[in-house]
Design a protein around this ligand. Structure first.
Ligand SMILES: *Cc1c(COP(=O)(O)O)cnc(C)c1O
Length: 339
């Protein structure tokens, strides 16, 4: 596996730290002890407060520049972390940025519609247009790209979440980084757990970890789709990513595992478990999770520890994918208006 063959632009502060969560491990393990919990700080990639999309954008933006694009177009839900990191990357590289925001949650409160990620999109100079929930966002982006081309622009279209075989290379790179980091620390990683949405993070990680013959299983905690659909999306993209790497056929169905029991009412809708997880990490570790992804991912991890899914003294790495800026879009979920 030779990632240097692929065009890449440095955007992130890498490698991100891999840290123990001693308080949380003690708290959740109880008197009998439990798994040892670690956190891979991809919330700390640096770009506009960081997050997992930065790694994908290192490869996607390099391709945009290679194609002489002068504009990027992408899409996401209103509080999209991907849109915010794309806007920041475009600003840094001197490209125009058009963002289409889908009203996926139906929340029209000023905090949700204007604060958090939306505020930062605008600060980075991106232009924003809104679309109703359920719109065909890929088609909307293609239509906008055609309009811009007719005006003489050179747009590069980035799919939602930056999830295609080029973006997923960012998480192949993360797999390499994690395995090297663990080796240096003398740490045997038994499981990696993270929130999975548009599938690029898990697909890249799985393709990378399998390519390295690491034997490390990945568990994706879903935030939107039911399990069969999520696993099928991740598997298809992991296989395309492996092919892009020049390693066709290495990723098998058994490498892709998702648990979608923690979505609740739907994408971006708070759950009790998410609120508890966000509060617990804030209070025990001084770490901010987010309401849409890492909060639900951690809620899943906490529940599964309680159910004995991980062995005592196994090392479980939670990949923190970022998104804490989104907390400002959800003040009511945490009861902060009550004091
Ligand atoms: C996008 C995102 C995810 C999910 O990553 P995918 O590659 O879309 O599956 C997880 N956490 C946060 C904070 C995100 O912004």
């Amino acid at each position: 596996m030779n990632l240097a063959r692929f065009p890449r632009i440095r955007l992130g502060h890498l490698p991100t730290p891999l840290e123990p969560m001693e308080n949380l491990s003690r708290h959740l393990g109880g008197p009998g002890g439990g798994p040892r919990l670690w956190i891979k700080r991809d919330d700390a990639t640096g770009l506009s407060t960081g997050g997992n999309k930065t790694r994908k954008l290192e490869f996607l933006m390099a391709e945009a520049l290679a194609q002489q694009a002068d504009t990027v177009i992408t899409q996401g839900a209103t509080q999209s972390n991907h849109a915010r990191q794309t806007a920041a990357a475009a600003a840094k590289l001197g490209l125009a940025c058009h963002i289409l925001l889908e009203d996926r949650t139906g929340d029209h409160s000023p905090a949700y519609a204007q604060s958090g990620n939306v505020l930062l999109d605008k600060l980075h100079g991106a232009s924003i247009a809104r679309r109703p929930g359920g719109a065909d966002m890929q088609a909307e982006m293609e239509a906008l790209a055609a309009e811009l081309r007719a005006k003489g622009k050179r747009p590069y279209v980035i799919p939602g979440g930056g999830s295609n075989p080029v973006g997923a290379l960012g998480y192949v790179n993360a797999a390499l980084e994690l395995v090297n980091q663990a080796a240096e620390m003398g740490l045997r990683i038994d499981h990696v757990v993270h929130a999975t949405g548009s599938a690029g993070t898990q697909a890249g990680l799985v393709a990378g970890l399998v390519a390295l013959n690491s034997g490390i299983p990945v568990l994706g905690i879903g935030v939107r789709a039911p399990r069969e659909k999520q696993e099928a999306n991740v598997l298809a993209l992991a296989q395309r990513t492996a092919e892009h790497l020049g390693l066709p056929g290495i990723v098998k169905a058994e490498h892709v595992v998702a648990n979608c029991d923690y979505v609740g009412q739907g994408y971006g809708i708070p759950t009790e478990g998410m609120v508890e997880a966000v509060k617990l990490l804030a209070e025990k570790e001084g770490i901010l999770l987010d309401p849409v992804y890492s909060g639900k991912g951690m809620a899943g991890l906490i529940d599964l520890i309680g159910k004995g899914r991980f062995g005592k003294d196994e090392n479980v790495v939670f990949l923190h994918t970022g998104g804490a800026v989104g907390l400002f879009g959800y003040p009511d979920a945490f009861g902060v208006a009550q004091d």
